[in-house]
Design a protein. Structure first.
Ligand SMILES: Nc1ncnc2c1ncn2[C@@H]1O[C@H](COP(=O)(O)OP(=O)(O)O)[C@@H](O)[C@H]1O
Ligand SMILES: [Mg+2]
Length: 324
């Protein structure tokens, strides 16, 4: 029997619907349930072939539990090692190298110094920074947002250097991205699930929360939608996410990737609506079953991004040189 588990927090609609959907398919030898965590002992395997992680971004204990689960063979979706390392600035860097358009973006050193650091800790930084170069590249208005954040927290629109510096002072130790604003004619959020399952959702970020997935006359431009789908696949395969959402703002017909570091994306029926909910429940169930079937004993069963294909392992030297 191969078990599929789902680990979740406060969300109420998706986890049970997912469990019920997997079980309703009556696939021989496969069953789904809510993960049960008890004593977590080092290098002790879990009973799950697959775990869908919806919460470890908020619970460090769960992240450590999942790394142990991954090491001992569970296919943890998403890869907890990669998720621990990833952040939005790297996402943008990778997007550029893969030919996916992104807004002009820089990263800013935090306004307050990290705990237990002094001025001396920053002797490698050139002060003052070349702000003019930043303003020429990013332009105003711009968006400023945490490089490792989500849920629209600490996202600012800034209109001038003075406005930027004033708002930056509010951000404390957060490391912020400063990004060109894309004034868009269309906006999309796209679910991505391993196996290149993509679902494009027209989205209106300027609407109140409960109406953001309600868009009148969404575009039917096939070429544009095909591009959005292609970029979604490129980004998620490149990064190595099994379950993600990718946001695009379209300007002059070009989709710019805005936010694609959402590895526990909103899947609540009350915000995404019935149709999108049905898609994500069905396809997540299919993906998890596929992964359970492909699960192999005695090895790790994780997804890694394409860019990690060239892993460098230093040669073992027989002797080391003594310092002179
Ligand atoms: N560069 C940008 N151009 C236009 N709108 C943006 C830009 N960056 C962010 N936004 C707006 O701000 C919202 C929140 O930013 P986002 O990057 O998605 O952060 P979060 O991870 O907190 O959701 C987006 O949904 C979008 O509406
Ligand atoms: Mg977002």
């Amino acid at each position: 029997m191969k078990k599929i588990g789902i680990l979740f927090g406060m969300e109420n609609t998706f986890p049970q619907a997912f469990i019920d959907r997997v079980n309703s398919k009556n696939v021989k030898g496969i069953v789904a349930e809510a993960v049960q965590v008890d004593v977590v002992e080092q290098a002790d395997p879990t009973e799950y072939a697959v775990i869908i992680d919806r919460i470890s971004q908020d619970v460090p204990f769960y992240r450590a539990y999942l790394k142990n689960a991954a090491l001992t063979g569970t296919a943890v979706l998403n890869n907890p090692f990669w998720w621990s390392a990833d952040e939005k600035f790297f996402n943008n860097c990778l997007a550029k190298t893969m030919g996916v358009p992104v807004p002009n973006t820089v990263i800013l050193p935090s306004n307050s110094r990290p705990d237990d650091t002094t001025e001396q800790s920053f002797r490698n930084m050139k002060f003052p920074m070349d702000w003019e170069r930043i303003f020429d590249y990013v332009k105003f208005p711009a968006y400023m947002k945490p490089h490792a954040g989500g849920g629209w927290k600490s996202v600012y629109k800034v209109t001038s250097p003075e406005d930027l510096w004033a708002k930056h002072r509010e951000t404390g130790q957060l490391v912020m991205l400063l990004q060109e604003e894309i004034i868009f004619e269309h906006y999309f959020r796209c679910y991505y699930l391993a196996g290149d399952r993509v679902h494009i959702m027209p989205y209106e970020p300027r609407n109140p929360h409960h109406l953001r997935y309600v868009v009148e006359n969404p575009t039917k431009d096939k070429k544009l939608l095909a591009k959005v789908e292609e970029y979604t696949k490129t980004l998620c395969r490149g990064l190595g996410y099994d379950f993600n959402t990718v946001e695009f703002a379209v300007r002059d017909g070009i989709p710019y990737a805005i936010d694609f570091c959402n590895p526990a994306p909103d899947a609540d029926i009350h915000s995404v609506g019935q149709e999108n909910f049905d898609w994500i429940v069905e396809n997540a169930a299919e993906m998890a079953i596929e992964r359970a079937k492909n699960h192999k004993e005695g090895q790790m069963n994780l997804t890694w991004g394409k860019f990690i294909s060239n892993i460098f392992v230093p040669e073992v030297k027989q002797s080391t040189k003594k310092a002179k």
